[in-house]
Design a protein. Structure first.
Ligand code: SAM
Ligand code: SF4
Length: 327
C-alpha cells in the first residue's frame, strides 16, 4: 500500500498519455509555439503499463487517463485494453474534450469504463470557438449525446472564466435538469503554458456558488464521497447534480489521495509542486521493480501537505501548461 508522509493512502493515479491536443483552449495552451515533448522523451505504452502494474499492485485502484487530449495519441485503444487487463485491474476513468471519442465508445464499454469527464466551457457556439480556438462544437455535442445514450456516468467540466463564459454557467447547469449528469464548475488555475501566475482569482468557488444560488435558489448540499475534490449540490427539481471544484482555492488537499504521471515520465505528488522524480529516466536506467517502488515511496515521503506548500517548492512561477502536467 502507498501511504504519504501525512498518513494519507494514495490510491488514485492521473495518467497523462500525451501532451498533444487537437484544441487550443486559451487557459491551457498558447495558440502556437508549444514545446511538445520529443517522441523519445515520451513514455511508451509498455513503460506506462509497467508503472501502472507496479502501482496497482500497491493498491492504486483508480486511474484517470488524461492529457493533452488522450485520444490524440496513436493506438490508445490498445493501451486501454492492456490497462484493463492488468492483474490488479484498476477502475479506468477518462477526461476528454470529446472531439475524437465517438468511434471508441464500443471499446470503452467493452473494457468496463463507466465514468467519463467531458470538458465543455460554453454552450454558445461562438464562445466555444473563442475559448478552444477550434471549430468542433457540433462534434463535441454529438459525442456527448452518444455517451449519455450509452449510459456512461458523465461529468461535464466547465472552467469558469471572467469575461469569457459567465453567460454559459446557467445554461450549462440547466443541462442537468432532465439528464442524470453532473455539471461541474472549476476555478481557473494558472496553468496556461505561458503567463505565469495571474492576478487574484476572480471567480472563486464561493462566487460561483453565490451566482448559481442567486439564479436557482438554495441548492441541496449532497454528501461528498471520500477524497472528492468537488462540492456537490442538487438544484431543486433537477435529475442530475451540480458540482463546484475549488481547484485554485485548494480546500480539498487534506484528503488528497492523488499522484500524477506526465507523458514524459514526470511523477508529481501534487499538481502545484515540481516533479518529484522522473520515472522514465529511472525505468530506462534499468532499475528493478523493487527499486522503482522505493523511489516512488521516497517521493511520497516528501509529499507536501497541501497545494500551497507544494507551490512554494516551485522555483519558478507556475506557468506550465495543464496539457503538459496532465489535467
Ligand atoms: N483534453 C482533455 C480535456 O480537455 O478534458 C484532458 C486534458 S485537460 C488538461 C483536463 C482538464 O483540465 C480539462 O477539464 C480542462 O478544462 C482543465 N484545465 C486545463 N487548463 C486549466 C486551467 N488553467 N485551469 C483550470 N482547469 C484547466
Ligand atoms: Fe486540449 Fe484539454 Fe487543454 Fe483544451 S483543456 S487545450 S482540450 S488539453
Amino acid at each position: 500500500m502507498l501511504i504519504d508522509q501525512h498518513n494519507r493512502i494514495v490510491n488514485y493515479l492521473r495518467l497523462s498519455v500525451t501532451d498533444k491536443c487537437n484544441l487550443r483552449c486559451f487557459y491551457c495552451m498558447p495558440e502556437e509555439g508549444i514545446p511538445f515533448y520529443k517522441k523519445d522523451k515520451v513514455l511508451s505504452y509498455e513503460e506506462m503499463l509497467r508503472i501502472c502494474s507496479l502501482l496497482t499492485a500497491e493498491g492504486v485502484n483508480k486511474i484517470r487517463i488524461t492529457g493533452g487530449e488522450p485520444f490524440v495519441r496513436k493506438d490508445l485503444p490498445y493501451f486501454l485494453k492492456e490497462l484493463a487487463a492488468l492483474k490488479a485491474a484498476p477502475e479506468i476513468n477518462i477526461t476528454t474534450n470529446a472531439t475524437l471519442l465517438g468511434p471508441h465508445i464500443p471499446l470503452l464499454k467493452s473494457i468496463g469504463v463507466k465514468s467519463i469527464n467531458v470538458s465543455l466551457d460554453a454552450l454558445d457556439e461562438q464562445r466555444f470557438f473563442e475559448i478552444t480556438r477550434r471549430n468542433v462544437y457540433r462534434t463535441v455535442f454529438d459525442n456527448l449525446n452518444a455517451l449519455i445514450e450509452h449510459g456512461f456516468d458523465i461529468k461535464l467540466n466547465c472552467v469558469v472564466m471572467k469575461d469569457r463564459n459567465i453567460e454559459d454557467l446557467i445554461p450549462l447547469a440547466e443541462l442537468s435538469r432532465h439528464k442524470n449528469i453532473s455539471v461541474r464548475f472549476l476555478e481557473e488555475m494558472p496553468f496556461d503554458g505561458q503567463s505565469g501566475v495571474r492576478g487574484a482569482l476572480d471567480w472563486s468557488y464561493l462566487k460561483i456558488k453565490d451566482y448559481l444560488t442567486a439564479h436557482f435558489g438554495a441548492m441541496e448540499k449532497l454528501p461528498a464521497p471520500p477524497n472528492s475534490t468537488s462540492q456537490n449540490f442538487r438544484i431543486k427539481g433537477f435529475k442530475g447534480t451540480t458540482g463546484i471544484i475549488p481547484s485554485f482555492s485548494r480546500t480539498f488537499c487534506g484528503s488528497c489521495n492523488r499522484i500524477r504521471l506526465s507523458a514524459n515520465g514526470d511523477f508529481r505528488t501534487c499538481l502545484y509542486g515540481p516533479a518529484a522524480i522522473n520515472l522514465r529516466d529511472e525505468l530506462r536506467a534499468g532499475h528493478s521493480d523493487l527499486i522503482l517502488l522505493e523511489k516512488i515511496q521516497q517521493a511520497l515521503n516528501q509529499k507536501a501537505a497541501n497545494g500551497f506548500l507544494a507551490e512554494q517548492e516551485n522555483k519558478e512561477l507556475l506557468k506550465d501548461s495543464m496539457a503538459h502536467l496532465g489535467g
